[in-house]
Design a protein around this ligand. Structure first.
Ligand SMILES: *[C@@H]1O[C@H](CO)[C@@H](O)[C@H](O)[C@H]1NC(C)=O
Length: 418
């Protein structure tokens, strides 16, 4: 992989040094994280204070007018490769605007994914502490999450067609999944789909990225077959836990439903698509291959089908015409913000992003994730809003006070090796 053949030995050693350093860093890291503090006997649940505040303000505003008041206690289960980074930007902006307390990760941009979520992974966590927002990548565990949030919190998440999600995950994480290294041929994705069992093994490192990643993110077994009864119970479980399940393919409609549920303003849900990939790097799959991908990810497929239909039932209940009107309003709002904030036509390739503050995190071994350039002559009154809209997840987390040393070490190693 590193073109060892024919190169002097020193070059090989130079290339091995980062891996060696990485191993040491990882060892240190596991030493730190495996020292779980013993759980205190006193049950660490979140006190009701925050919940009470928002309930009383709701009551006040109902008396004053018929309007609802914005929901401030939120759990967003951030799934992988589902446009969830765009939602994160929305949540970060809302949280800053209302000075909400985020339960943030520590040292990196997720809660030690793929380990199951634990409260103790939250930065500066003390038992009994209450937060307003939980929204970073985790392997979901409702019981643990519920200790952090008031009981009136709104839980929502986002799903994407598992075929496209699989394609995206395969592309994005391929180099980090040793299972795929031995796949030969021009098109590794097709090779894999034609005979997944040839390459796949449930125990292998990072193998969950290759099968039913949605189920895995929600804390379930990602190796269940589609007809397994557990898949049905898992779907029922999620229906009970989540107040709203968004669908990435209908992103604008999703945001309208979200805005309605959370009683937010238009400004709150404006967005620029974050973390999108250059079209040339997206594999186009034939219907036959799509079918194979759906079958291979059968448990995710069932999950998606279920929530796709509940989603449309909600759109129906909301009113189709009303929805259409609001989607148009949202599009207009976004187009206006684009005129105000963005230089040129829109998203540009990573190499063309001038300001590192707006450079999104790139997958191992390539720069296929696009980003934006801030308009050079942006008006001072719009500058702050524009900057926030354009700030990618990692930089935003940094702005919110997360020290991302692990993520940075990894990024540095990655850039040194490739
Ligand atoms: C999701 O639901 C919509 C509306 O019923 C339907 O048109 C669409 O084909 C569904 N998507 C998938 C992938 O089944």
């Amino acid at each position: 992989m590193f073109g060892i053949k024919g190169k002097p030995c020193t070059a090989v050693i130079r290339r091995l040094i980062p891996w060696f350093l990485l191993t040491i860093v990882m060892l240190l890291f596991y030493c730190f994280t495996s020292q779980e503090k013993p759980r205190s006997a006193q049950e660490d649940t979140c006190p009701l204070s925050i919940a009470k505040r928002s309930q009383s303000s709701l009551f006040d505003s109902v008396l004053k007018s018929n309007k609802c008041s914005p929901k401030m206690n939120i759990m967003f289960m951030k799934t992988h490769k589902t446009a969830s980074s765009t939602i994160l930007n929305i949540l970060f902006r809302f949280g800053e605007k209302h000075k909400l307390k985020f339960a943030l990760p520590d040292g990196r941009n997720d809660f030690f994914y793929p380990s199951p979520f634990l409260c103790s992974q939250v930065k500066d966590y003390q038992p009994g502490q209450c937060f307003n927002v939980v929204c970073n990548h985790m392997r979901f565990d409702h019981h643990e999450v519920s200790k952090l949030l008031p009981p009136d919190s709104v839980y929502f998440t986002i799903l994407r067609n598992p075929v496209d999600l699989f394609e995206s995950s395969f592309h994005y994480y391929r180099r980090a999944i040793p299972l795929t290294w031995k796949i030969g041929g021009e098109n590794k994705l097709l090779e894999f789909l034609n005979n997944p069992l040839n390459f796949y093994s449930p125990q292998a490192y990072n193998s969950f990225y290759l099968r039913n990643l949605l189920n895995f993110d929600f804390g379930f077994d990602n190796n269940l077959e589609a007809d397994d009864a557990h898949v049905t119970t898992n779907i029922q479980y999620l229906s009970k836990r989540f107040d709203l399940v968004l669908i990435a393919e209908y992103f604008e409609e999703s945001l309208i439903l979200l805005k309605d549920l959370l009683c937010w303003t238009w400004e709150d849900v404006l967005y620029f698509k974050q973390n999108s990939r250059e079209r040339s790097s997206v594999s186009k799959l034939s219907p036959e291959m799509r079918n194979k991908a759906a079958q291979w990810n059968g448990a995710d497929w069932r999950l998606y089908q279920h929530f796709n239909s509940t989603f449309w039932a909600r759109v129906e209940a909301y009113g189709r015409d009303r929805m259409e009107k609001e989607v148009n309003l949202l599009r207009r709002g976004n187009a206006r913000m684009k005129d105000i904030c963005i230089e040129g036509e829109g998203a540009v390739k990573a190499q063309k992003i001038q300001d590192r503050r707006f450079m999104p995190w790139q997958p191992l071994g390539e720069s296929s994730i696009m980003g934006y350039n801030l308009k050079t002559n942006v008006e001072p009154k719009n500058k702050a809003m524009c900057e926030k809209l354009l700030t990618p997840e990692i930089q935003y987390l940094s702005d919110l006070g997360v020290n991302l040393w692990l993520t940075r070490v990894w990024g540095w190693l990655r850039d040194t090796i490739y």
